[in-house]
Write a protein that binds this ligand. Sequence first.
Ligand SMILES: Cc1ncc(COP(=O)(O)O)c(C=O)c1O
Length: 310
Amino acid sequence: MSAHEPIGPHAILDKKKRYMIPCTYHFYRDPPQIVRGQGVHLYDSTGKRYLDLYSGVSVHALGHCHPELVEAICEQVRTLQHATTIYLTEPIVNLAEQLATVLPGEICRTFFCCSGSEANEGAALLATLHTGRNEFLAFQNGLHGRTKLGMSLTGLSFWRTDPHPVGGITLVPPPHCFRCPWGQAQGQCRFECIDAVERAILTSTSGKPAAMFVEPVQGNGGIMVPPPEYFPRLREVLSRHGALLIADEVQTGFGRTGRMFAMERWNVTPDIVTGGKALGGARLWVSSPRRTRSPPPIPGRAPPPSAATP
Ligand SMILES: Cc1ncc(COP(=O)(O)O)c(C=O)c1O
């Protein structure tokens, strides 16, 4: 492939306006054109260097362009780019096996797809197939993706631009000790936020939700860390109503909170974990709704054959 003349930020913006659906924002009046990343730094088209505290929204756990990661990607692409999952390839099962050694509790099976949103879609499907139920709970201020369902599960108006969200989803208040909606102080409350979840199940669902989606630490909602008692108590409530717990570890997973998965901090094993970002190092390949051993296999259902590269 021949190198081409760079067109520069203004021409890029112009092309974006003409040829791309206007659903991505920049947050800047004059966004820089990023041309290169190395370790913790990004470089723009003028050669200016930035310390990348954003990390591609928690994607670059190894920094930009880590030579070992780049080499592994190039080696695979040089050898076999894609073969569909209807044939056998070795790397995909080896990665799934490796994941089983770090996933919490007895979780040991992985489904690979292409983004965090898709991972959450897969998790919702799995929960529905397993429970025979179709309603979901999620947190206000939570973020679970930009697909139709992912956006409907999202409780942040800025990210919830779909004026016609999917039905059957109830958003409940998250544990927010810093600005408790009940005016309580951490350590002195009666866990009104847990009561609110149970009340929502009883009053705003059929009483039989399939599952609740949670971010262990809300990311886009303001890095909200729940008190230690919260998730064990939530688990109890959900179990009492036969609902699964789905931990969206797309942002918190793979060591970002000092544990491999943030849920480990509360000694709570979810039924399904979704992941992405830091696992792929580039948001490219892998996100994984995973399942516990307990849900039975789903006969006759296969992921789309193009779902994963080898
Ligand atoms: C917690 C969480 N879940 C899901 C997603 C969606 O992931 P993706 O953008 O890869 O579809 C994000 C993206 O920022 C996220 O932060």
